[in-house]
Structure formats: structure tokens, C-alpha cells
Write a protein that binds this ligand. Sequence first.
Ligand SMILES: Nc1ncnc2c1ncn2[C@@H]1O[C@H](COP(=O)(O)OP(=O)(O)OP(=O)(O)O)[C@@H](O)[C@H]1O
Length: 237
Amino acid sequence: MQAVSKVYGRGQGAVAALREVTVGIPRGSFTAVMGPSGSGKSTFLHCAAGLDSPSSGSVRLGDTELTGMDETRLTELRRKRVGFVFQAFNLVSSLTVTQNITLPLRLGGVRADRAWLDEVVHRVGLAGRTGHRPAELSGGQQQRVAIARALITRPEVVFGDEPTGALDTMTARDVLTLLREVVDTMGQTVVMVTHDPVAASYADTVLYLADGRIVDEMRAPTADAVAERMTRLGAYV
Ligand SMILES: Nc1ncnc2c1ncn2[C@@H]1O[C@H](COP(=O)(O)OP(=O)(O)OP(=O)(O)O)[C@@H](O)[C@H]1O
């Protein structure tokens, strides 16, 4: 992202959600984005992922410039080159695990590569569950399906918006361990918004947003160091 700004609304009511944000996220890294409520985290994620367009500045995915792309091409880019994991798992209740995972491929008119599907299912720990429907799975298992669905297209980046926000502590740790593994063993790039210092400690780098700006960056974070930094940002006041 190069000098990315995002302003919502106009005139007196205008809100600057991002102010000249410049950052490069390396391929194969795990990045957590933190900051107080309203600091611009979701806006950052949406602009980075091509879900929303900045008011000014430029966003690139690899060598592709997203700025100025029309909605049709952006939709295609999101389907093929980006994966998403949200707090709500957003699974289709009438479809099986396998059908949910392969949905992005089918929407794109692509057949699932059997070996890759098996590998993804195995990696997220869902072998033996592939015929189940979401309602027959625990919350953690449902989020694993969502992660597998995000990985199936071999995207350049997986974006997570509070991916563990709806899970209990133990289950959240399992899911974070899985995200860490996909970075370490598959070279996947992951960018995740979180409020949780423990979740952020699984990342390689934490970006701190405050009032629409990146105000700090922490490498090799620990949960204590992240919590302490957040307190100084006024996040817990
Ligand atoms: N569609 C919108 N229209 C107007 N203002 C918006 C819109 N979306 C976000 N904002 C404003 O932009 C600022 C940043 O919002 P954003 O959702 O990116 O923050 P956040 O850090 O993700 O917050 P939270 O942690 O509470 O989810 C906030 O002041 C918010 O009120």
C-alpha cells in the first residue's frame, strides 16, 4: 500500500478512516493488524483485499495494481488470488464440508484438483469429516472449513477479520496454530485483524493502527509485549 487514504462521507460529516498508509507486506509472512476500536483496521483490510477502494493512494497485490480496476476484474481477482476468513464462518449450511471448501472453485468454473483438496483437508484436520454439514461440526471445525475454503484456490494472501473472535480460548489457539502452520509449511501469506494480544503473538509482525495511521510495527511479538503496546495506545481505556 502506497499513501493509501480512505475518507467516508463528505463535508462536515467526513471521516478519515485511513490517512496516507504506506506499508509492504512480504510474501510468506503472517501479519496481525491491531489498534483501538475505530482506528481503521477493517478499512485497512478491505482496501488491501480489494473489497473497498481507497480515496487516494495505490494498492498492489504482487505486480497487480488494484487501484482503478473495474468491479468485474476486482471480483475475479478476489476469487482467484485472495482468500477470506471472517469471524462468522459464512458456510453454506446445506452443503457438505467438501462442497463448502470447493465452492470458490465451482463459482469460478474450475474443477477441484483431488490431490490438493485432500492435502488441504488433511492440513486443516478435517479428514473423516468431509461428508458432514456445518451444523454437525464444532465452532472450531467450522472455522477450519472456512480456512480450507480460503486456501483451496492457492491464493496469494489470506485475509482474516477477527478469525478467532467467535471461538473459545482453546479452540482459538488451535485455529491460530493452523494459520501459523499454513504460513510456515505452505509459504502462505496471512494478514489478520485482531483485538486479542494472544492471537497477535502468533504473527511475525504486528502493525498498530491509531486514528487511521500505522503508528508502530512490532516483530516477533509476545502476548505481553502486544498487550502493553495496546495499553499505551489507549486501546483498553
Ligand atoms: N461505511 C462507513 N461510513 C462512514 N464511516 C465509516 C464507515 N466504515 C467505517 N467508518 C468509520 O471509519 C473509522 C474506521 O473504521 P474501521 O471499521 O475501519 O475501524 P476498526 O479499527 O476496524 O474498528 P473496530 O475495531 O471497532 O471494528 C471509524 O471512525 C468508523 O466509524
